[in-house]
Unconditional design. Structure first.
Length: 102
């Protein structure tokens, strides 16, 4: 008997929390992004503290940390210009969790 999975993206749900933190520079409207092995993505974090540690690497002062849902983060990533093609959970920079949005 074959079995149908109710959620084909089970791994994504297990690895990326429903609530995320992203960095935004309010004056310019730019968001914090990252490139891992040639893949560009919107940087997201599971804690505000992790997001602010990452913000120290960004060469813009006044970065704000926004708490968003997974779906909101996906929409932000989709709205970014190319080459942003993913949402990246960067709690571990050596092994980011990558979710492609296009």
């Amino acid at each position: 008997m074959s079995q149908t999975l109710t959620c084909p993206f089970l791994e994504i749900e297990d690895s990326i929390p429903e609530t995320l933190f992203v960095l935004k520079h309010p004056p310019s409207g730019k968001f914090g992004c990252y490139c891992h092995e040639g893949v560009h993505g919107l940087a997201c974090f599971s804690s505000e503290m992790s997001a602010f540690r990452f913000a120290e690497w960004i060469d813009l002062s006044g970065m704000a940390c926004l708490e968003v849902s997974f779906d909101e983060a996906r929409e932000i990533a989709k709205a970014r210009p190319m080459p942003i093609v993913s949402l990246m959970l960067l709690d571990d920079l050596r092994q980011p969790k990558i979710h492609y949005v296009r």
